[in-house]
Design a protein around this ligand. Sequence first.
Ligand SMILES: *[C@@H]1O[C@H](CO)[C@@H](O)[C@H](O)[C@H]1NC(C)=O
Ligand SMILES: *[C@@H]1O[C@H](CO)[C@@H](O)[C@H](O)[C@H]1NC(C)=O
Ligand SMILES: *[C@@H]1O[C@H](CO)[C@@H](O)[C@H](O)[C@H]1NC(C)=O
Ligand SMILES: *[C@@H]1O[C@H](CO)[C@@H](O)[C@H](O)[C@H]1NC(C)=O
Ligand SMILES: *[C@@H]1O[C@H](CO)[C@@H](O)[C@H](O)[C@H]1NC(C)=O
Ligand SMILES: *[C@@H]1O[C@H](CO)[C@@H](O)[C@H](O)[C@H]1NC(C)=O
Ligand SMILES: *[C@@H]1O[C@H](CO)[C@@H](O)[C@H](O)[C@H]1NC(C)=O
Ligand SMILES: *[C@@H]1O[C@H](CO)[C@@H](O)[C@H](O)[C@H]1NC(C)=O
Ligand SMILES: *[C@@H]1O[C@H](CO)[C@@H](O)[C@H](O)[C@H]1NC(C)=O
Ligand SMILES: *[C@@H]1O[C@H](CO)[C@@H](O)[C@H](O)[C@H]1NC(C)=O
Ligand SMILES: *[C@@H]1O[C@H](CO)[C@@H](O)[C@H](O)[C@H]1NC(C)=O
Ligand SMILES: *[C@@H]1O[C@H](CO)[C@@H](O)[C@H](O)[C@H]1NC(C)=O
Length: 419
Amino acid sequence: MYSCIGLAFVLLLGCGVLQSDATVAEVLDEKNKTCIYAEMMVNFTVQYETSNSTPSTAEFVLPTNVTTAGSSCGNETVAPFLKISFGNGHYWSINFTHSNTSYHGDVFIFGYNVSDSTIFHNASQKGVIKVVANDTMPPVPMDHYYRCMSDNVFKQGNVTQTFWNVSIQAYIRDGNRSKDATVCSADTPTTVAPVTNITTVAPVTNVTTAAPTVTPKPTPTPKPDKETYKVFRGNETCLIITMGLQFNYSTTAQAPWEVKNIEPNVTTASGACGGNTSTIILNERDTVYLVFSFATRSSKTFYLKGVNVTTVVNGSAQQLGINNNLSYWEATLGSSYMCNKDQVFKVTDKLYINTYDLRVQPFNVTNGKYSTAEECFLDSDLSFLVPVAVGVALGFLIILVLISYLIGRRKSRTGYQSV
Ligand SMILES: *[C@@H]1O[C@H](CO)[C@@H](O)[C@H](O)[C@H]1NC(C)=O
Ligand SMILES: *[C@@H]1O[C@H](CO)[C@@H](O)[C@H](O)[C@H]1NC(C)=O
Ligand SMILES: *[C@@H]1O[C@H](CO)[C@@H](O)[C@H](O)[C@H]1NC(C)=O
Ligand SMILES: *[C@@H]1O[C@H](CO)[C@@H](O)[C@H](O)[C@H]1NC(C)=O
Ligand SMILES: *[C@@H]1O[C@H](CO)[C@@H](O)[C@H](O)[C@H]1NC(C)=O
Ligand SMILES: *[C@@H]1O[C@H](CO)[C@@H](O)[C@H](O)[C@H]1NC(C)=O
Ligand SMILES: *[C@@H]1O[C@H](CO)[C@@H](O)[C@H](O)[C@H]1NC(C)=O
Ligand SMILES: *[C@@H]1O[C@H](CO)[C@@H](O)[C@H](O)[C@H]1NC(C)=O
Ligand SMILES: *[C@@H]1O[C@H](CO)[C@@H](O)[C@H](O)[C@H]1NC(C)=O
Ligand SMILES: *[C@@H]1O[C@H](CO)[C@@H](O)[C@H](O)[C@H]1NC(C)=O
Ligand SMILES: *[C@@H]1O[C@H](CO)[C@@H](O)[C@H](O)[C@H]1NC(C)=O
Ligand SMILES: *[C@@H]1O[C@H](CO)[C@@H](O)[C@H](O)[C@H]1NC(C)=O
């Protein structure tokens, strides 16, 4: 299917310097046609121990003078593999995997040779140390290349790898590199959107943030602006919610993830309050609708039960995700729920909600103000106690079982039925 079948005869050539000092690496097939192309800049920071047991740090860049010996175009059974060797025994490698329509990096490995005294002065260890990481490159359509100019930092143990100015394409057909890029989310401004054409800013399938199968992380930048939204019953406030709100979604299995910030200054709130259910609808520019439904449990607590997110694209509504069986943001009725920590909530496999500085009260609002807050556990200073608490609880349980066993034995010895 691909021109690079026939890996055994693959010719491997290190490639020279191109523009801007980015390292360029190409893997050629037996016909000398490019099957994998990579251009990138990488900073490595490695902590190591010197022979007098003091820690030291080596910082170096991926040089432009590299070779790709050991790489392979791949075939039906062997994954395409790019190995970039540089300096005195160091290498960086990545293998790729694909579906019918897209491909992505699978695993990347950084091997550094601590015996290289030009970089690792007086290292106590010798030999090559490997760091293995799962690639976070999102699926890229076949015949596209992946591009990420922004910094991408991977930190693992003693090693930090910072990538930028990255362009990669694997499964290149007939040596023709694609001009179509799938761009990482960090390169995509999420807040600049024309007033009426919000969803047409970028074609859905061509902008990427993360693999559909991977839980998206809250994107740190730019943070959505925080705002208080209210729902009224008559002239009384009956529901209040304050938050910075962002959501991540993917429209199809192949489509990459998109990130959307809700912009408060173009968003209006409406809704309805009842005894056991309350709803708020956020409407951003008549193009994005978010419905949050709250319910009560046993007349004691409230919680977020439902989320329904819809966008309007060219006049037709598109469901991004709906789930009415959630159980988030639970707090006692008569109080409010608060979570200052940034949080990610799964709505569906294709839709995640990220909140910042969240506070919400969907029932029993008095005088239009929040009642006392119940803070989420993440906010608490005590969250580090979890392991301790679990240990104590377990110990307690063991003692309890022991005691009931002893009591049970004594009772049955004195003729009573054990419980
Ligand atoms: C590929 O290029 C190398 C030199 O770069 C040459 O020796 C070899 O014959 C070429 N192979 C083909 C099939 O063109
Ligand atoms: C980090 O390096 C130290 C020596 O400097 C070593 O003892 C430790 O095992 C290394 N940690 C990892 C995760 O490789
Ligand atoms: C490139 O690296 C190789 C060994 O890694 C070295 O022999 C060669 O001189 C280097 N070339 C340049 C131009 O630095
Ligand atoms: C990529 O390499 C890793 C480790 O070398 C291996 O576990 C994984 O199966 C490879 N992926 C593919 C698609 O071959
Ligand atoms: C490395 O060791 C030599 C002698 O053992 C010493 O003179 C030198 O200062 C050491 N260098 C570093 C960076 O520790
Ligand atoms: C990234 O590459 C471009 C050219 O491809 C270059 O102009 C730019 O300086 C590079 N950026 C950095 C941070 O090196
Ligand atoms: C919105 O996009 C449509 C088609 O994509 C276009 O016809 C229309 O002029 C755009 N509206 C504005 C205000 O840019
Ligand atoms: C991606 O965008 C290019 C134009 O940049 C377009 O030709 C291509 O059809 C798009 N791919 C998908 C899967 O929408
Ligand atoms: C709400 O309206 C009622 C009458 O409809 C009035 O008595 C009450 O004072 C109003 N409350 C507020 C907070 O304006
Ligand atoms: C909304 O606020 C953002 C910054 O918070 C600003 O850049 C943008 O121009 C505002 N939009 C409108 C329509 O006021
Ligand atoms: C989801 O929200 C949209 C927009 O508010 C609405 O039209 C649709 O009926 C809702 N779906 C359900 C199942 O409630
Ligand atoms: C909350 O309001 C309901 C009526 O809407 C009332 O029955 C209930 O007692 C209130 N609960 C608290 C804790 O204030």
